[in-house]
Design a protein around this ligand. Structure first.
Ligand code: GMT
Length: 379
């Protein structure tokens, strides 16, 4: 199939999933066209069946806001005609599903039919999409998609609760390339560069937005390091970063926290991590937690949204109510204080991640494309 993928090209989970999906589909023989405003960060290799088309939005003094969805829908029309694209898969409803619908309508004028698959990722539904400013357009574009998927049952339930949806929503969980997180892949994790032998390594990865509750990461880590030698690896950039740095300074733990910024090498960082913290206010899935688990790192998380579908309480880690620092600290210390127990949790984490193997999940998307194409041909 010739498949176009629209996503955000940044470090966010939706862009990562879309890119990994496209790359795997290309390995399975499909021709993939990424259409977005920058080359997706995880798209390192452009090959004969992986293409990237940049959407440009020329500046004009009259525009207070640049009309990105207009430029995107025009680009989609051009690329579909030029490359004979058969199906369009958009990740993150805003504004991609809306732009996709406009492109589809323009193409229909020329008797070209373009089926649209929309994948809902989380904040496009829970935080941003349900805002009254966007809600009518988001509802409309979800209902006009030919197929809709959500990355967890929890996100599907939220979508049906928050919007008036007439379409079926298929749950297709996020997935992981287990080979990239192969425990035996890095024989030498270079752990010694980061911490002393007796120090435990705690890790957090996110876009450091308020929804990630990064202050809770600091509070839990502060409690841990009072009880045992430990270091915190902080990966990501975002609006909360300065506040986090200041708080670490106030607490006198700056020398125990390593700020990595944005990183494309999280598998290497996870390789030497002992515990992952994800205390988010809400999380449709928690891809970062799955990446940690695939590297054999147990997860201390909140019990919100889709996280319980990924992190299994008492097995791959522990779940606590949002903001319950005490419970998170207690659970973290329970895992970290006993080497044998830590090892068991590490093994369990890796084992649980196997349920999200990309080789099992990507065919689910292929089946949806095939069904959608078949359904649209009949119409
Ligand atoms: O977490 C973010 O703010 C980024 C956001 C995104 O669009 O990239 O992540 C959402 O999609 C990820 C991939 O499906 C999910 O793993 C995250 O849980 C979800 N974030 C939230 O729901 C807050």
């Amino acid at each position: 199939m010739k498949i176009a993928i629209v996503c955000y090209p940044t470090f966010g989970g939706s862009g990562v999933v879309a890119t990994e999906l496209g790359l795997e589909l290309s390995k399975r023989g499909h021709e993939i066209h990424f259409i977005t405003y920058n080359q997706p960060v995880r798209l390192e290799l452009i090959s004969h069946n992986v293409h990237y088309h940049e959407v440009n939005v020329p500046e004009y003094p009259l525009f207070h806001y640049q009309p990105y969805e207009l430029a995107l829908s025009s680009k989609l029309v051009d690329m579909v005609k030029l490359h004979g694209i058969e199906i369009l898969h958009v990740h993150y409803a805003i504004p991609h599903a809306y732009a996709a619908y406009m492109a589809k309508k323009m193409l229909q004028e020329e008797d070209i039919y373009l089926p649209i698959v929309t994948t809902l990722h989380g904040t496009d539904i829970t935080l941003v999409g349900s805002h009254p400013f966007y809600k009518p357009a988001v509802t409309f574009s979800i209902n006009k998609s030919d197929a809709v998927t959500a990355v967890s049952q929890s996100l599907k339930d939220d979508t049906l609760r928050l919007f008036d949806i007439k379409n079926d929503i298929h749950v297709v969980p996020n997935f992981i390339d287990l080979e990239k997180h192969n425990l035996h892949g890095f024989k030498d994790c270079q752990r010694g560069m980061m911490a002393q032998d007796d120090e435990k390594i705690i890790t957090h990865i996110s876009n450091l937005r308020p929804v990630k509750r990064v202050q809770d990461v600091i509070s839990v880590f502060y409690n841990i390091q009072k009880e045992m030698p430990a270091k915190l690896m902080f990966i990501g950039e975002g609006p909360e970063k300065e506040k986090v740095e200041l708080r670490c300074q106030e607490l006198g733990i700056l020398d125990k926290v390593v700020f990595f910024g944005k990183s494309n090498e999280i598998d290497k960082i996870l390789c030497f991590s002992d515990l992952f913290l994800l205390p988010s206010l809400t999380e449709s899935f928690g891809l970062a937690a799955l990446e940690a688990m695939a590297s054999g790192v147990p997860v201390i998380s909140s019990n919100t949204g889709g996280i319980p579908e990924v992190n299994i309480h008492g097995e791959s880690g522990f779940l606590s109510p949002v903001g319950d620092i005490e419970d998170m600290t207690k659970n973290a210390l329970y895992i970290l204080k006993d080497e044998k127990r830590l090892k068991t949790f590490k093994n369990n984490a890796r084992k649980q991640s196997l349920n999200f193997d990309l080789h099992a999940i990507v065919p689910k998307y292929e089946a949806i494309y095939e069904d959608t194409l078949a359904k649209c041909l009949v119409l």
